[in-house]
Design a protein around this ligand. Structure first.
Ligand SMILES: Nc1nc2c(ncn2[C@@H]2O[C@H](COP(=O)(O)OP(=O)(O)OP(=O)(O)O)[C@@H](O)[C@H]2O)c(=O)[nH]1
Ligand SMILES: [Mg+2]
Length: 299
């Protein structure tokens, strides 16, 4: 059988489980996950190699109605994926009804001629709003040739229906030789990957709603010995009060964040890591194009 290969964009509003799906399919964590919306801030490519061929999945930031420069960047980054792919997985959350954000996404998908699979996620919580999503698609898709090829309920968390999803993806991809060498899982730069791991630990360690206000910048990565890497990272927050939350009483919180991040980075790099974290107040960093650029948030 001739092999297949293609780019598959995973798109949808924040928190529907796009990054979880990518990690489950690859069986490895390549994209960070948190219960808070707007977790993913980059296009993250994850590559699956099989007998049938190669799929390059592109995880994207959740599309939403933006309120800041950062929010605008997130949407543009997500939207760019639709032009650079062979197929779109439009992912929705079965536990929540469709709304304004979904309307915007469907209208955006109407403007290009790419096949779409609707992936109805969180099926482990029940069939939820399946009918509403299908109806909503029909009402808002403004094309004569409806690009929706399949809809499929899955649980990204529990891995349910993932083989069926892969089956239909392969059926829709073009015949082609693999694009990437077979030993590459992701082409995401290591420095950004490390800053994302730290940000994930912030999102998952803090109870407070700080998701939009923090960013992480890895400033130094220096080998201290052959088996020890020194990493210095700055956590940006917007206000003095937020700095207090991230640092915590007697520095307890930042210590916990640092320990959790260090462990994961050590597993990733297979070497010991000395991780030093600093918190810096940078007012309105989300509106500052220079800082956004420094963080890697630019198109
Ligand atoms: N019950 C259930 N929860 C899920 C499932 N998939 C993802 N989640 C949860 O949904 C939350 C969001 O998951 P993410 O993978 O970060 O969602 P996302 O779409 O990448 O979010 P953004 O990056 O913010 O756009 C996390 O708490 C996940 O554990 C699922 O199949 N079932
Ligand atoms: Mg994500």
């Amino acid at each position: 059988m001739p092999k297949k290969c293609g780019f598959v964009a995973i798109m949808g509003r924040p928190n529907v489980g796009k990054s979880t799906l990518l990690n489950t399919i690859l069986g490895e964590k390549v994209s960070i996950v948190s219960p808070k919306p707007q977790t993913t801030r980059f296009q993250i490519r994850g590559i699956l190699n099989e007998e049938r061929g190669q799929i390059i999945f592109v995880d994207t930031p959740g599309m939403h109605i933006p309120k800041t420069e950062l929010g605008k960047y997130l949407n543009v980054t997500a939207l760019k994926a639709k032009t650079d792919c062979d197929l779109i997985l439009y992912m929705v959350d079965l536990t929540r009804p469709p709304g304004e954000e979904e309307k915007n996404i469907i209208r955006n998908l109407s403007t290009i001629d790419k096949p779409v699979i609707m992936v109805l996620n969180k099926q482990d919580k029940g069939t939820g709003f399946v009918n509403e999503y299908i109806k909503f698609w029909q009402e808002n898709m403004r094309r004569e040739n409806d690009p929706l090829k399949y809809y499929i309920p899955v649980s990204a968390l529990e891995g349910k229906n993932i083989p069926q999803l892969l089956e239909v993806i392969f059926s829709l991809l073009p015949e082609s030789q693999p694009f990437y060498p077979e030993d590459i899982l992701s082409d995401f730069p290591l420095r950004l990957n490390i800053s994302e791991i730290i940000r994930e630990k912030i999102l998952n360690t803090l109870k407070e709603e700080l998701p939009y206000s923090t960013a992480v910048m890895v400033e130094e990565m220096l080998p201290r010995r052959e088996d020890l890497l020194y990493i210095k990272a700055i956590i940006l927050v917007e206000r003095e009060s937020q700095k207090g939350i991230v640092v915590g009483k007697k520095g307890e919180m930042i210590k916990k964040i640092g320990e959790r991040a260090r462990k994961e980075i050590e597993t990733l790099l297979e070497k010991k890591v000395y991780l030093e974290l600093f918190v810096k107040v940078e007012k309105n960093w989300q509106e500052n194009p220079l800082i956004l650029k420094k963080l890697g948030y630019y198109i």
